[in-house]
Design a protein around this ligand. Structure first.
Ligand code: NDP
Length: 501
């Protein structure tokens, strides 16, 4: 397999799918190109799967579930997962470089993110033998108890913004629960997911436990996976509209679903906060990942006494962000991950201007001086935003902060909750009572107080409302990969003849 340092000009080649523990050529898929978004040109040729390839991958996952993996005690599964986690740690830098090449995420961010995944896999390994049931008291005539059993074959469908993280959040709990997986990464960023196949192979996982089939979503590998009767659960991260399409397709076979969808998170700055710290968090959470994260604090709610200062600081700090080639570790912000996302971001910047928001920083595509052809956009700040504007209501997925003023606690909570989303929220205050009061009133799956984007494998993550179903990370995620079986055993063996009289 080619490495991250593939010289410019020569294409990296990932021409095989990972199915049943073997690297196989696509049967009815083919080859596609992956674009390096920092130059806008293909850098890798990648195999994609068709319907037959998905059939084979699901069959391999089912065989592993019915065979060696399904029969393996939890502590042995844990040992394999730990071996994988150690290999992941050894390769973290290479994986981070490939992630940057494929998605455009600044390497300094990829290193931080990917560097932590091994810890997550270790944590999941530690849960692989912990899923236990309970006994149900009734009377002496029966012994009733529950067992937790893997939900079965999981189709994991991941997005292009954080391919390795999204994969880790699904593979970790799925494998800990004893499930087997077919992973379908996004067409824009398939490379690092395929690299995982090498690590599973080297760690000694039985064939078919994890299968990796890049491919297209609609009318492609993604949709086939969702429709497939051999798949028991779909774990999906991406857009709400896609989730609804998946629900419709998957309804035919009554699959289980977890959905991690979009957000338009409020980040509330009260005037009594430590403003310096709050600004560090608020600017970072608006522009990190070039704005391509569902957890971003894209709506910055600012109490009026400090509003002007916050606007000024956002503009000043936007000018300090080094936008550039993502492989350069000095770069803060790389390009948008693909051309459609760049167009989407630029169109929302136009929408913001047209609906009367005040553009105080950024707003342009960047080119020239080593950026030509790449999908670069300036960190952008709109002031004077009302929560009714589209730039405050719709997920942009670009580095665009919308600064919304408010007067008091009630108004802050009302604005924060006035959204169809409910994924994350942040608030900054020096008043501990206010911290509790406001956090308690926010309708979101994750609320941060005097911090932002603290997310770990152990902290449940997921959305209220249109932001999703279920939770990733934490014990809650493990639960979503398990079914409960209740067993009732009669201690007498007697069963009355209902038709005797
Ligand atoms: P999608 O929801 O379309 O893609 C996510 C994944 O689903 C990809 O692997 C995709 O494949 C696959 N997919 C697409 N359609 C289907 C289908 N009918 N059945 C099964 N799988 C399918 O997101 P986009 O890439 O189109 O991004 C659009 C917007 O979604 C972004 O601008 C952003 O607002 C939001 N988004 C949110 C994310 C989050 O973390 N919550 C992550 C990514 C995007 P393929 O790549 O081939 O399309």
């Amino acid at each position: 397999m080619p490495q991250a340092g593939t010289p410019a000009g020569s294409m990296a080649r990932y021409e095989r799918l990972f199915i049943g523990g073997a690297w196989v050529a696509p049967e009815d898929g083919g080859l596609m190109e992956s674009i390096d978004p920092s130059v806008g040109r293909p850098w890798a040729v990648v195999a994609y799967g068709g319907r037959c390839d998905i059939d084979k991958a699901v069959a391999a996952a089912r065989d592993a579930l019915d065979g060696p993996w399904g029969r393996m005690p939890g502590h042995e599964r844990a040992a394999l997962m730990r071996r994988f986690a150690d290999l992941y740690k050894e390769r973290a830098r290479t994986l981070a470089m490939l992630e940057t090449r494929d998605s455009g995420r600044a390497l300094r961010e990829s290193l931080l993110d990917v560097g932590g995944h091994s810890n997550g896999y270790h944590w999941w390994a530690s849960l692989a033998d912990k899923a236990s049931g309970r006994t149900i008291p009734f009377d002496d005539s029966v012994h009733a108890f529950t067992s937790r059993v893997p939900v079965g074959v999981v189709g994991a469908i991941t997005p292009w913004n954080v391919p390795l993280m999204a994969a880790a959040w699904k593979l970790g709990p799925a494998l800990a629960a004893g499930c087997t997986v077919v992973l379908k990464p996004a067409e824009h960023t398939p490379v690092t997911s395929l690299e995982l196949g090498r690590l599973f192979e080297e760690a000694g996982f039985p064939p078919g436990v994890v299968n990796i089939v890049p491919g297209y979503g609609k009318d492609g590998a993604g949709e086939y996976l969702v429709a497939h009767p051999g798949v028991d659960k779909i774990a999906f991260t991406g857009e709400g509209a896609t989730a609804k399409a998946i629900l419709r397709t998957g309804a035919e076979t009554m699959k289980r679903f977890t959905f991690e969808l979009g957000g338009k998170s409020p980040h509330i700055l009260f005037a009594d906060a430590d403003l310096e710290q709050a600004l560090n968090a608020a600017t970072n959470s608006a522009w990190t990942l070039c704005g391509q994260s569902c957890a971003l604090g894209s709506r910055v709610l600012v109490q009026r006494p400090v509003y002007d200062r916050v606007v000024e600081e956002f503009a000043r700090r936007a000018a300090r962000v080094r936008v550039g080639q993502p492989m350069d570790e000095a770069t803060h912000m790389g390009p948008q991950a693909h051309a459609e996302q760049l167009a989407k971001t630029l169109s929302y910047i136009d929408i913001g201007r047209n609906e009367g928001a005040e553009l105080v920083a950024g707003g342009n595509r960047l080119g020239g001086a080593g950026l030509d052809g790449g999908y670069f956009v300036e960190p952008t700040v709109f002031a004077g935003v009302s929560n009714a504007m589209r730039i405050a209501r719709e997920e942009i997925f670009g580095p665009v902060a919308a600064l919304i003023p408010f007067d008091d606690e009630d108004e802050a909570v009302a604005i924060a909750n006035d959204t169809s989303y409910g994924l994350t929220a942040g608030l900054w205050t020096g008043d501990v009572g206010r911290a509790h009061r406001v956090a308690n009133r926010i309708r979101a799956g994750m609320v941060w107080v005097n911090t932002y984007r603290f997310i770990r494998w152990s902290t449940p993550y997921g959305g209220f409302k249109a932001s999703g179903w279920g939770r990733e990370n934490g014990i809650e995620a493990l639960e979503s990969y398990l079914e409960t079986r209740t067993t009732v055993i009669s201690t007498t063996g007697r069963f009355a003849d209902a038709y005797a009289v």
